[in-house]
Write a protein that binds this ligand. Structure first.
Ligand code: NAI
Ligand code: OAA
Length: 217
């Protein structure tokens, strides 16, 4: 079946492949009037693509869903942003094996396999983080969309050989006060690269779409 036919035969398209897949599939799906759930959220750091997708969704009366993914605290960021938010910081710690092959690691010739203690690989805005680590910090993009944008959201990426889990900490300060969340993610049972919670968040988003009631922000 051709991709155009496949899109037209479903109510909802779920992208869970890659940033390139977002560029290729999502515009087609929206133009065909289909709602879309996006997991490779990092693609939306590209302002032109972001504006195109939001524009198409509006034009074709479709919904775009961005699950919380592997991070916790999106509910709090959504609420906090109803007033002023002054800072949002994501600190991601991963075992070195989970970061190998990332463009930033390759370009800087970082020998992750030789690491004996934790190393801060990257600190900067989410806009740069998602390009430097496209398969590792989609969560930074989701946090940016929910919160204060890709330029004002700060991301730290740390490789830590003592870890076996992916750890994401989110610190938010604003007019509401401040909060900190921390999740220690186990890998998905059938995909060691990806945190189990990310897959569970897609299931939860499906339930939220279907439920007649909504709990949490
Ligand atoms: N939002 C979040 O919190 C999270 C997002 N992700 C992202 O979700 C996506 C899926 O994650 P995983 O299942 O771990 O990735 P994966 O790399 O294990 O599997 C992706 C699959 O999609 C296929 N694929 C990639 N591009 C494609 C294209 N253009 N057309 C057709 N198939 C294509 C690949 O061949 C592969 O089989 C990735 O982009 C990943 O970075 C992963 C974890 C958390
Ligand atoms: O699975 C995780 O812990 C997070 C991740 O890869 C991403 O956000 O892209």
């Amino acid at each position: 079946m051709k991709i155009e036919e496949l899109i037209c035969s479903v109510d909802l398209v779920i992208e869970s492949a890659s940033q390139n897949a977002v560029r290729f599939i999502v515009p087609q799906a929206l133009q065909a009037g289909r709602d879309v759930m996006i997991l490779s959220v990092g693609a939306l750091a590209d302002k032109e693509l972001r504006e195109t997708l939001f524009g198409l969704a509006k034009q074709h009366s479709c919904r775009l869903y961005f699950p919380s993914g592997a991070v916790v605290g999106i509910d709090g960021i959504n609420s906090a942003c109803a007033a002023g938010v002054s800072s949002v910081t994501l600190t991601t710690r991963k075992p070195p094996s989970g970061l190998m092959g990332a463009p930033y690691v390759v370009e800087h010739g970082i020998e992750l396999e030789k690491l004996e203690k934790e190393m801060l690989l990257f600190e900067g805005p989410a806009s740069e983080a998602v390009k430097a680590f496209p398969a590792n910090v989609n969560v930074a993009a989701t946090i940016s969309l929910a919160g204060i944008g890709f330029e004002r959201t700060t991301v730290k990426v740390i490789a830590d050989p003592s870890l076996s889990r992916n750890v994401h900490e989110v610190n938010v300060e604003g007019e509401f006060g401040k909060f900190c969340t921390r999740v220690e993610n186990l890998p998905s049972p059938d995909n060691p690269k990806t945190s189990y919670l990310a897959a569970l968040s897609a299931i939860s988003t499906l339930k939220k779409i279907l439920n007649p009631f909504q709990i949490g922000t």
